[in-house]
Structures are given as C-alpha cells and as structure tokens.
Design a protein around this ligand. Sequence first.
Ligand code: GLP
Length: 240
Amino acid sequence: MEIKFFKTKEECSKFASEIIVNEIKKKSNIVLGLATGSTPEILYTNLVNEYKENHISFKDIITFNLDEYVGLRDLDKKQSYRFFMDSNLFNDIDIKKENTHFPINFLDKATKKDYSEYDALIESFGGVDIQILGLGVNGHIAFNEPGSEINSKTRLISLTESTIKANSRFFEKEDYVPKEAVTMGIATILKSKKIILLAFGQQKKEALAKLKNANSFDKNWPCTALWNHNDILIVTDIEL
Ligand code: GLP
C-alpha cells in the first residue's frame, strides 16, 4: 500500500489526474472505474482541462461507475450519479456515452434479482485498469456499507443511517435521500488492476486509519478489504 500525502485536495487531485493522464497516453482504450461524490470533483475538472488544453482524447475509453441510487424522486434526478458524471466530466470531453456504464442498468432481466451482468461486462473488457475510489465516513467504498462481504458482487444494498445522513447535504430533506442503491461489490472492486483511493478531510480520518492499520478484512470497515491489494495508492490530505 502506498500513501501519498499532500496538504490540499487540489494537490492530491493534481497528482492523481497526472497518473491517469499518463496511463491514457499509454493505453488509449483504458478501462476506468469511476467514483462520484465531492471527492473526485477536482480530479474530473483536471481531466476536462487536459482534454481542452492538452488534447488528451477520451474517445476510446471505457468507464464503469461504482454505484447509483435507487428510488430517487423525479425532483431529485440531478442527484443521480449519471447526472453527476455527465455534468462533471462526460459532457465536456470526447467520450462516447455508449462506453459509459452504470450498474443500475444491469438488473438481470430473467430473475430480476441481481446485477451480476455488470461484473460480467467489466470482465469482458478485460477488467478495470484504474479504479478511482472515494471513502465513506463509515468506511464504505462505493456503497458497500459496513457488513458487506469480501466476496460481494454488484448488487442492491440498503443504505445505512450514517450514509443517508452524510449524503443528505445534497437533498432538500434527509427524507428524500434514497434508502437503497446499486453498488459494485467488494470482490468486483478488488479485481481492479490499480486502485487510487482519494480521501479528503478530517471526517475520513478514522476510516483511513482503519485501512492503513489493517492486516485483515474487518467487515465493519469495508475499506479494510483493500489492505492487501497489490496496487493500491492512497492520495490524501489527512495526516495519520
Ligand atoms: C458516497 C458514494 C461513494 C463516495 C462516498 C464519499 O455516498 N457512494 O462512492 O466515495 O460516499 O463521498 P464524498 O466524496 O462526497 O465524501
């Protein structure tokens, strides 16, 4: 596990975006796993600038987003992670929308039960080359809430009170935060060839310390699943 500390989230995001741009230069059809939330916003702005100013092309890139709410009210459609990605990245670069994937669209049509078609599609592209991850205050990665199993695949999950509270800042009322989401599983995430986890702000310190000090998986802190991934880079403004 490599940990890179910078004083500001701007410096952290610059460092992470430079890695991604270098990888795109090496492999134009790279498969990226993408996160939403406030953490990757600057990173995405940097990528847009790379496209506009330095002519980095995203036209052959394939993306898989980590998660999506289920049951958003019509009035809150702007809180969907598809909307977030379109407005923070996709609409401003030359990516083909058909190459951008969200787990919510992969409910198994026969059983109407699981979303494993998403994992299968990721595999069919040769797996995720670089997975960008944020970190929940309660240690969640994507929407793998505490209690998630290490072998979990893409699936429907109930959000915890802590996550609903944390995400209520984006909604008019806490009541309007969806109670469920579809999330890539922990096993799905662990298959990524490289993982860049971004963690900003003191409120993430406890979760980040759990990961840093982990020497086994603790399902109460889903982020600890990353402890022995063979290519995990943590970029943070939190001094541990
Ligand atoms: C959200 C998302 C996660 C994200 C995390 C942190 O609920 N489902 O993918 O990484 O919580 O969010 P933020 O970056 O806004 O702190």
